[in-house]
Design a protein around this ligand. Structure first.
Ligand code: PLP
Length: 385
């Protein structure tokens, strides 16, 4: 008998509980030693010299854009195939997203299209590792360098992934991780900016903390806590969240190994199914696996895909349509007018994707059940064509 198989589930152990209790008992619930350690652990994993923990991945991206001086009148080249936040942040700082179509295997922006989209108003490239896949990050970095604009790496889905021996988070001027509960590690809610740029890190620290320039109440003499040098936000991560993050980071390798096992199990079971396109991971990538997303072969349509997802739900198998295209979201349609057809590869891919249950404790039996159910639903759809 198989119980409900959720789409995702955080991997929480006694280690996380102990760290949270330690914080509660310490009385120091904000800006304490766990925050510092969490920043060090994540920055080290990304081989960056600074980590600035914030309250979400979205906030991290917003602060990075602001710290880089991007605002009204500026354009930022980005992907239409992502979770909506990666483009929203561009709008939030008053700039305009300039979408470019994706490459059908990596599902990341096509580098040639990125290059072609850069114009006089382009002030940055915001590149997402779709489903954690880092392919083309080096190409984007080279394009950004040629045009003397920053690359911001939205690596919210890519903690722990490596490409050609380099860790995700270090490809751009700034990288931003997200720690929502479906990510490789979680802090409940949270994010982190990583960078080698001392000034950028210090501006981000100030922006997250009400525009203060000194981080601690005691630092900088009397009055420093109430001196605000710039218009800042409160995007601080609490010590409780950081404590969960520290415990998770200490277990990161074990969590990644488990996720890799689950991904391999899915791959093995579906590799010969002619109706499915499996994730493409190149030889030089060590994936930490955010989600496991398959795609129905060309010829299948969005109505069939949606019916398959609903049937999976009826069999208690979590599934989702990761991701609808951003430029086709109602808000973007109102803002920019109808853009259907503008990015045909992203649109075609997003109509056929199915995210399957994925987390570090998924058993082989559960993977087997999810695959069996998916294949049965595909056969059933096929019969009614
Ligand atoms: C690619 C991408 N960018 C940004 C975000 C936003 O992160 P958060 O939900 O922590 O604000 C997410 C996560 O959900 C994401 O997947």
């Amino acid at each position: 008998m198989i119980d409900d198989i959720p789409l995702s589930r955080p991997d929480i152990t006694k280690a996380e509980e102990d760290c949270v209790l330690e914080v509660l008992r310490s009385g120091r619930l904000s800006q304490g030693p766990f925050l510092e350690e969490f920043e060090e652990l994540v920055a080290a994993r990304a081989s960056c010299s600074h980590g600035v923990a914030v309250s979400s991945g979205t906030d991290g991206l917003c602060l990075a854009l602001r710290a880089l001086g991007i605002g009204p009148g500026d354009e930022v080249v980005t992907t239409p195939f992502s979770f909506v936040a990666s483009a929203n942040v561009i709008l939030m700082v008053g700039a305009t997203p300039r979408f470019v179509d994706i490459c059908p295997s990596s599902l990341n922006m096509d580098p040639a299209k990125v290059e072609a989209a850069i114009g006089p108003r382009t002030k940055a490239i915001l590149a997402v590792e779709a489903f954690g896949n880092p392919t083309h990050m080096e190409a984007y970095a080279a394009i950004a360098a040629r045009h003397e604009i920053p690359l911001i790496e939205d690596c919210c889905e890519a903690l722990g992934t490596t490409h050609k021996g380099r860790s995700c988070g270090q490809f751009g001027r700034a990288g931003v991780f997200g720690f929502y509960p479906n990510k490789q590690i979680t802090t409940g809610e949270g994010g982190m900016i990583v960078t080698d740029d001392d000034t950028l890190a210090s501006v981000c620290r100030s922006l997250r903390n009400q525009g203060r320039s000194k981080q601690q109440a005691g630092e900088g003499g009397l009055g420093a806590w109430l001196a605000h040098e710039r218009l800042g936000y409160n995007c601080r991560m609490s010590e409780l969240n950081a404590a969960v993050g520290v415990a998770q980071m200490r277990r990161l390798d074990e969590i990644i190994e488990a996720r890799q096992r689950v991904a391999q199990s899915y791959m093995k079971r579906m590799m010969y199914n002619e109706h499915l396109i499996l994730p493409t991971v190149d030889q030089e990538t060590g994936m930490s696996w955010f989600v496991f997303v398959v795609r129905l072969a060309t010829g299948w349509g969005p109505e069939e895909r949606d019916r398959i997802i609903k049937s999976l739900h009826r069999h208690d198998v979590g599934a989702a349509n990761y991701f609808p295209c951003i430029h086709l979201q109602p808000y973007y349609r109102r803002l920019f007018g109808e853009m259907a057809g503008a990015f045909p590869i992203a649109e075609s891919v997003s109509q056929r994707t199915i995210a399957l249950p994925f987390h570090s404790r998924l058993t082989d039996k559960e993977v087997g059940f999810a695959v069996q159910t998916l294949e049965l639903m595909i056969d059933r759809e096929g019969l009614s064509r």
